[in-house]
Design a protein around this ligand. Structure first.
Ligand code: TRP
Length: 361
């Protein structure tokens, strides 16, 4: 079977370290291994509008930010197709047909939708478009017959929903669509990076993110004021490395090479953790190391970002070309879908012929 990969992000803000370790890094690895037939990466502007309807300017400004983030982490437009969701109108059309295969109750049971309704305070006034976004996400995936979807673990309910819609469609209309599989980051801590304040998740609205586009001074200031172990008051005190975001970030990012380069008195993270837990290792020293590690990771990303920032017109060209290519693929799938649903009247000679016969005198 062909390996077709699709994933995407909502353009509601710049991408941060959580996105990087949770998904972007993995995408670049997959890209560079080259073990796939096609790879699509989508900027989900239409989905972002389902809970930002009154704020189109925000979405518009962040499309270029996300595109710059994609290119700066090393996604290569010669290897992968970068495109904008709303530029592929076939996705909207597919959504309308898939809607008939899903119940309202099923959507309302989707845990991601549930928690987002709560977080947005939609309560009793949920925009219909917002409730349908899991269906539109199914269109994003199936339009390309993607079978591999690299995502964060919050997206698992969306993938489950997509598989159900695919099964229902194929059962009702015949085998056209392909069931997708989610692929998560393999390092457990990478699945959900906490915020710099120790809260469960990096979130723009809380202001606890380290952005891929942050400069070295900003990173330093954010790292140095990070939440650590509140029981570790004096250097001599034994400390906790679990639920301590400084160590979680190190778990996600640092390698033995980083120790050689920046902290040669320790061989690896296990040794550093053991010292912290025993007592006698201060937060400042660990934070300085983390700052070095983060900057080591971000430096090549910043460099590439600056290059692309100087050729914004090229970035738009990349998105336009990618969107045109994505559109061709989606058109083919939509054609098959309409055929299977028997709504391809003008292409169906047998239908016309049978109706001629029916009314023949
Ligand atoms: N829901 C995803 C997010 O919030 C973005 C997205 C839209 C997506 N369509 C997709 C991800 C299709 C994977 C596949 O980040």
């Amino acid at each position: 079977m062909k390996k077709i990969i699709l994933t995407g992000d909502r353009p509601t803000g710049k991408l941060h370290l959580g996105h990087y370790v949770g998904s972007l890094k993995q995408r670049v690895d997959i890209q560079n291994k080259g073990d796939f037939d096609e790879m699509y990466i989508m900027i989900a502007d239409a989905q972002a509008l389902t809970d930002n309807a009154e704020n189109p300017e925000k979405i518009r400004e962040n499309i270029i930010e996300v595109a710059l983030d994609y290119l700066s982490v090393g996604l290569d437009p010669n290897k992968v197709t970068l495109f904008i969701q709303s530029a592929v109108s076939e996705l909207t059309e597919l959504t309308f047909y898939y809607m008939n295969l899903v119940t309202l109750a099923r959507i309302e049971r989707n845990p991601t939708v549930k928690s987002e309704i709560k977080a947005r305070g939609f309560d009793q006034s949920i925009p219909v478009g917002f409730l349908t976004y899991p269906i539109s996400q199914t269109s994003d995936i199936t339009a390309f017959k993607a079978n591999i979807v690299p995502v964060g673990d919050d997206q698992l309910p969306m993938l489950e929903q997509a598989r159900e819609i695919v099964r229902s469609f194929n059962h009702t209309y015949g085998e056209v669509l392909v069931e997708p599989k989610a692929v998560l980051a393999d390092n457990e801590v990478c699945k959900r990076l906490p915020g710099t304040d120790g809260k469960a998740k990096m979130s723009k609205s809380i202001g606890n993110c380290i952005y891929l586009s942050d400069d070295a001074d900003t990173v330093k200031q954010k790292v140095m004021s990070m939440y650590t172990d509140p029981t570790h008051l004096k250097v001599e005190d034994p400390g906790h490395t679990e639920n301590n975001p400084v160590f979680t970030y190190l778990d996600a990012l640092c390698t033995d090479e980083h120790f050689k380069k920046y902290l040669p008195e320790y061989k690896n993270l296990d040794e550093l953790k053991a010292h912290y837990e025993k007592g006698g290792l201060g937060d400042m020293k660990v934070k300085r190391f983390l700052n070095d590690v983060i900057n080591d990771v971000l430096e090549p990303i910043r460099k590439r970002r600056h290059e692309y920032e100087n050729k914004i017109k090229d970035v738009y060209d990349i998105l336009e070309k990618g969107s045109n290519k994505a559109r061709k693929t989606a058109q083919n799938t939509l054609k098959e879908v309409k055929e299977a649903m028997k709504i391809n009247y003008f292409e169906d000679d047998a239908l016309i012929e049978s109706h001629i016969k029916k009314y023949e005198k």
